[in-house]
Design a protein around this ligand. Structure first.
Ligand code: ZN
Ligand code: ZN
Length: 146
């Protein structure tokens, strides 16, 4: 496995993935828009213990972004690093753009496409889901906060 490393904009937080990430995809939910200041965020998943913060662990802050999850970010510069949700405690979704080589991990789907900003239309042929993907564990009835 070629090493996967990444970090925040100011360099305070540096992390390493200890296994190959999977399930890379775009999320167009309102929380991602507000959290990133951008129309959508690209996430991928690794086992929780395989997202290893090498440098700046004390600077990784979090806030409750919904009643079922948290966003983590660099407390020094604000870069959104990822999210962790209660119904999937064994995994973490990290921001693909924070990888040193994000080009290695192209997204393969869109979720929450129904809440996209209308001028941010995706120009690809990837599957689009209005909300979560149908096979997502434990999410029936949950929504990002209004
Ligand atoms: Zn930072
Ligand atoms: Zn989202």
């Amino acid at each position: 496995m070629t090493e996967w490393t990444g970090g925040c904009a100011c360099g305070t937080v540096r992390y390493r993935l200890n296994s190959d990430p999977h399930d890379a995809g775009w999320c167009h939910c309102r929380t991602c828009q507000l959290n990133s200041g951008s129309p959508a965020m690209a996430f991928a998943t690794v086992p929780f213990d395989d997202y290893e913060v090498m440098v700046g662990k004390d600077s990784v802050k979090r806030f409750a972004s919904s009643d079922f999850g948290w966003r983590i970010f660099c407390g020094a510069c604000g870069t959104p690093l990822g999210m962790h949700v209660r119904h999937q405690p064994d995994t973490i979704d990290f921001s693909v753009a924070t990888l040193d080589q994000p080009q290695r991990l192209p997204p393969t789907f869109h979720i929450f496409y129904a809440s996209r900003i209308p001028w941010a239309h995706a120009c690809d042929d990837l599957p689009r889901h209005d909300r979560f993907r149908p096979d997502t564990r434990g999410l029936s009835g949950t929504e990002p906060p209004k």
